[in-house]
Write a protein that binds this ligand. Structure first.
Ligand code: TXA
Ligand code: MG
Length: 388
């Protein structure tokens, strides 16, 4: 792992990006920071290199990759069919949100190896705003195909150390750019279909932002919940990533989508149930092994709080419960939904080393909350809804 770029160390900074770019040009994979999450990149024009990305992550080959560019020139030269401009419906969104956390579907040139798009005739493209990502792509002078730099099914990495946890020994280099500012992956937008256009994956560019733009007022979001299974907002799965297990730490995650007024009592009920389970000799509640793995006689519950800004207090209950004892580790993820998004994946990774099980409080599904809940629902093995 190379040192993070710092202003007083510019020479070093340049040489680490140059080394990463040389590796990309040589057909190897390299992890790099973006403003959303860390990416695991390879030369998008080199089929063998792209295959190495799928291998390193253990990613199913039918889940296509996002291709990252540093300029519109690079996009036209390598990705679009010859003499084809970017479809005009994207003009507004690109003017407002590129470079940035927005991925768009585009028609693809035959020169893009099918392994990148998993055989689809569109290619997903993004121009990141992170200076290290931009410098790397520009220096390599080829578009870089990059999924998130986690092992398939794990929470996406928002720090270089997360990439190291998952991929150490499988890749040659991680460029360390510190913590990612966004923390959740880019918004994936499909405006190749006839309007209304569709957000295939919610992300940093919110649907509210998109709907403000000319031509995007009626933009739909792909969404699948119990309540709207039959509503017109539900579309067939159009983005292959949807069907896979995602964002999951190695411990069970339980999401509480309940009203604030009953949150405390609902969580308390669940603590008591877990306590009863843990007391049984056949208990399967075991945390991921690590140096700080809790003692077997303690039940450690992680509680990621979002909208309640005061730590919920269960001490009265837990003090009275011995054999096993209960310990609760609280994290307040942030005071805005954007901040919750920024901290979510790192918190899930932290909890898995210390806890038997992790509770997450839901957030309102507006603005950045839509992307947060999309990720948490996929991470959760169980969702507790209001009983009313
Ligand atoms: O923020 C991000 O987007 C990060 C950073 C590294 O840029 N990348 C990322 O890539 O999240 P990945 O591979 O984890 O997610 C790519 C998503 C998947 O849901 C995939 O199914 C979808 O984009 N996708 C890629 N190409 C597509 C295509 N041609 N048509 C439809 N969906 C596509
Ligand atoms: Mg991913």
């Amino acid at each position: 792992v190379l040192e993070p770029p710092s202003n007083d160390n510019e020479r070093n900074d340049h040489s680490s990006v140059a080394l990463a770019a040389a590796l990309i040009r040589a057909g190897r994979v390299v992890a790099f920071p973006t403003e959303t999450v860390y990416g695991l990149g390879a030369d998008a024009t080199n089929e063998a290199a792209v295959k190495r990305v799928f291998e390193a992550k253990g990613r199913p080959s039918d889940n296509p990759l996002i291709v990252h560019v540093s300029s519109l020139d690079m996009l036209s030269t390598h990705l679009l069919p010859q003499n084809t401009p970017i479809p005009s419906q994207y003009s507004n969104v690109l003017a407002s949100h590129w470079p940035g956390p927005l991925t768009i579907l585009l028609p693809k040139s035959d020169a893009v190896p099918p392994v990148v798009t998993a055989g689809h005739d569109s290619v997903a493209v993004r121009m990141p705003s992170h200076p290290v990502a931009r410098a790397l792509i520009a220096k390599a002078n080829v578009p870089i195909a990059a999924p998130s730099a986690n092992t398939s099914t794990r929470p996406s990495p928002t720090q270089a150390s997360h990439v190291h946890q998952d991929l150490s020994g499988r890749i040659l280099l991680i460029l360390d750019g510190g913590s990612c500012e966004g923390g959740l992956e880019s918004t994936v937008l499909d405006a190749l279909r006839p309007p209304p256009y569709v957000v295939l994956r919610p992300g940093g560019v919110t649907v509210e932002m998109l709907r403000k733009l000319d031509g995007f007022k009626d933009t739909l979001v792909f969404k699948k919940t119990k309540e709207n299974e039959t509503s017109s907002e539900v579309l067939a799965p159009v983005t292959p990533g949807m069907k896979y297990k995602h964002y999951s730490p190695r411990i069970p995650v339980i999401l509480f989508e309940v009203d604030q007024s009953v949150l405390h009592s609902t969580i308390q009920t669940r603590i008591l149930r877990l306590h009863a389970e843990k007391s049984k000799p056949s208990s399967t509640l075991t945390p991921h092994q690590s140096s700080s793995t809790p003692a077997p006689e303690t039940l450690t519950i992680g509680l990621l709080q979002t909208e309640t800004q005061m730590p919920l207090d269960f001490s009265l209950t837990t003090d009275t419960l011995t054999h096993p004892r209960i310990r609760i580790i609280h994290r307040l993820l942030g005071s805005s939904r954007a901040e919750v998004g920024r901290n979510l994946f790192a918190a899930l990774r932290e909890m898995e080393t210390e806890c038997h099980v992790c509770f997450v409080e839901g957030v309102r599904e507006v603005e950045e909350g839509l992307a947060v809940m999309n990720r948490v629902r996929k991470a959760a093995g169980e969702i507790v809804y209001d009983s009313k």
